[in-house]
Design a protein around this ligand. Structure first.
Ligand code: GLP
Length: 257
C-alpha cells in the first residue's frame, strides 16, 4: 500500500516531498522528474528552492498540457513550469519537456511524448496532485487504467476548478494532452499530494476505495512505491488515518520516504 503521511500543512508536505525527491535525484544518473501543475505542487517547488536544490542535469516531463492556448500563454503548463520550476531551480529550459499541443503536432503528440519519456530512461519520481473528481494528470473519470499519452476532453467540473487561473470558465480549454494512467504507473516512484477539504473525498476514494477507472487516482493502489502527503483536511475522510499516523510515528530510520 501507499505510505500515507498526514501533515500539518502544505509547507510541511512540500518539505517532505522535496527531501524525498532530492534523495532520489542524488542516487540516480541522468535523473528524470515527472512534474505536475496546479496549486498543489507549488510548496514542493518552493521547498526544493529553499533547500538550495538545483535541477541542473535533471530532465523533467510535465503530466499534461492544455490544447488551444496560444504559444507562450501564461497559463499554458509549459509557461507555468518555466516560472515555478525552471527559473527558481536553475533548470535548462530545454530539459523541461511538455506534450506538444500545437495544432500541427496533435496527430501524433502522444506517441512522440511516450517515445521521449522512454528515451530519457523513464520517470524516476512523479509528483502528482489530484482533482476534486479524482483525476490525476488530466485523466478524467472513466480513463482506462492502461491509457497512454493522448488527447482528452476535460470535465465541466475540472474546467470550473481551473477557472481561477483564467478570466472566466469559458476561457479554460476543453481539450488537453495528458500522460495516460499506464504512463504514470510506469514511473518508479509516485508522490501524490493533496490539500484542503475539497480533496478529502477524492483522496479517500483513491487511497482506500476500489481500484476503478471511475476514480483515476486509485491507480496508485496498483503501484508498488507510492507516498501520499495530505493535510488534515484532505485526509479527513480516510478510514485508516489512525493507522497511517501510527505507521509514520514508528517509521524506522532505514525506511526512506
Ligand atoms: C489540474 C492538473 C492536475 C492537478 C489537478 C489538481 O487540473 N491537470 O495535474 O493535479 O488538476 O489541481 P490543483 O493542484 O490546482 O488543485
Amino acid at each position: 500500500m501507499a505510505e500515507v503521511v498526514i501533515v500539518r500543512d502544505q509547507e510541511e508536505a512540500g518539505r517532505l516531498a522535496a527531501a524525498a525527491i532530492a534523495r532520489r535525484l542524488a542516487v540516480t544518473e541522468n535523473p528524470v522528474l515527472g512534474v505536475a501543475t496546479g496549486s498543489t505542487p507549488e510548496s514542493t517547488y518552493r521547498a526544493l528552492a529553499a533547500a538550495g536544490q538545483r535541477l541542473t542535469g535533471v530532465t523533467a516531463f510535465a503530466l499534461d498540457e492544455y490544447v488551444g492556448l496560444p504559444a507562450g500563454h501564461p497559463e499554458s503548463y509549459r509557461a507555468v513550469l518555466e516560472r515555478e520550476l525552471v527559473a527558481p531551480l536553475g533548470m535548462d529550459p530545454d530539459m523541461l519537456r511538455t506534450p506538444d499541443a500545437s495544432p500541427e503536432g496533435l496527430h501524433d503528440t502522444g506517441e512522440r511524448y511516450e517515445a521521449a519519456i522512454r528515451e530519457a530512461g523513464g520517470v524516476d519520481v512523479q509528483i502528482l496532485g489530484i482533482g476534486t473528481d479524482g483525476h490525476i494528470g488530466f485523466n478524467e473519470p472513466g480513463s482506462s487504467l492502461a491509457s497512454r499519452t493522448r488527447i482528452k476532453t476535460l470535465t465541466q467540473q475540472t474546467r470550473e476548478d481551473n477557472a481561477r487561473f483564467f478570466d472566466s470558465v469559458d476561457d479554460v480549454p476543453i481539450h488537453c494532452v495528458t500522460q495516460g494512467l499506464g504512463t504514470i504507473r510506469d514511473a518508479r516512484h509516485l508522490v501524490l499530494l493533496a490539500f484542503g477539504e475539497g480533496k478529502a473525498e477524492a483522496v479517500a476514494a483513491a487511497v482506500e476505495g476500489p481500484v476503478s477507472s471511475g476514480v483515476p487516482g486509485s491507480l496508485i493502489q496498483l503501484h508498488p512505491s507510492v507516498t501520499v502527503l495530505v493535510d488534515e483536511a484532505a485526509g479527513s475522510r480516510l478510514a485508516h488515518a489512525d493507522y497511517y499516523r501510527l505507521a509514520y510515528a514508528n517509521k524506522p530510520s532505514w525506511q526512506a520516504l
